[in-house]
Write a protein that binds this ligand. Structure first.
Ligand code: SAM
Length: 292
């Protein structure tokens, strides 16, 4: 097939099918032929590995994944794209397109049915309106994938990859880093898409850790602590924690002191280890557990 992600080719396919872009489904299709091969290489698609894609669009990335991986399963919500994908991916026998909403499907079952116990990488140009929910669903459900290589808006990429203690860090950076090692792979300009969005994008890779970055007594409480700490950025940590968790400001201050965290510290200044220690100490306080 001639270059699938060539803009002339894409326009002609879309016009043959009478396709119009849906803004609400985050449909900005890649029309820069250099990007998909880089993403497919970057995600580790190769012999012996399977790839799960979310939102194949007309299949430009799927095509590159199918050339490299043993098997590809691509989940697409927009049913109008199904006949298009049948045409663009017709030459491959190792691709399955699944019609459905990634947020509603049982992804563990999809992975098991499609790939069995083979190693799986997730690779996607994610619709911007569900970037964080998709990433957190895969991480929190501890789905059996080795890595997530995803294109997201540049600002989201910077937030997700921000080091604890740096300016861009937020609750999502800490949550992602708990499960995975994030890495910025490359940036993609807005002109690489049809229609062009208002912002640039970036491809990031999240390599799943074998064990979480810190060991905590209660995972759910750790995430509640992180969320509370970042919920009110202008407040001090003690104020944010007492507003978001069942502790008084005095208890929050005592806990910070016990963890050797300065009383005027802000959430963005804390390391993962500090978050771990803080959440464990608060967990014990909230549940009235004394150190034995
Ligand atoms: N992969 C294509 C590309 O790079 O050109 C398309 C990427 S486009 C940013 C996002 C795709 O996700 C669209 O095809 C859209 O229809 C699909 N999509 C949107 N919401 C979805 C959902 N909840 N579940 C599955 N696919 C979805």
């Amino acid at each position: 097939m001639s270059q699938l992600s060539d803009i002339g080719n894409i326009k002609s396919i879309l016009s043959r099918y009478g396709f119009s872009f849906s803004k609400s489904l985050g449909q900005n299709f890649l029309v820069n032929p250099g990007v998909c091969p880089r993403m497919a290489e970057g995600c580790g698609a190769r012999e012996g590995v399977c790839a799960l894609e979310i939102g194949p669009g007309i299949g430009v990335l799927t095509y590159e994944l199918a050339r490299r991986a043993d098997k590809v399963a691509a989940i697409e919500l927009d049913r109008r794209l199904l006949p298009v994908l049948e045409e663009t991916l017709g030459e491959f026998s190792n691709v399955t397109v699944i019609s459905g909403d990634v947020m509603k499907l049982d992804l563990r079952q999809v992975i098991q049915e499609q790939f069995g116990d083979k190693p799986v990488c997730l690779c996607a140009n994610l619709p911007y309106y569900i970037t964080s929910p998709v990433i957190m669903k895969v991480l929190e459900e501890k789905l059996p994938v080795d890595s997530l290589t995803v294109m997201v808006q540049k600002e989201a990429a910077q937030r997700i990859c921000a080091e604890p203690g740096s300016r861009n860090v937020g609750a999502v950076s800490i949550a992602v880093r708990y499960y995975a090692q994030p890495e910025m792979l490359f940036q993609v300009s807005r002109g690489s898409f049809l229609p062009p969005p208002n912002v640039d994008s970036a491809v990031i890779r999240l390599k799943i850790r074998e064990t979480p970055a810190v060991s905590v007594e209660d995972e759910a409480f750790f995430f509640q602590t992180v969320k509370a700490a970042f919920a009110q950025r202008r407040k001090t940590l003690a104020n944010s924690l007492s507003a978001g968790l069942a502790v008084s400001k005095q208890q929050a201050l005592e806990t910070l002191a016990a963890c050797e965290i300065p009383p005027n510290a802000r959430a963005e200044e804390l390391t993962m280890e500090w978050f771990g220690r803080l959440s464990d100490a608060l967990f014990r306080k909230v549940n009235c557990i004394e150190r034995g």
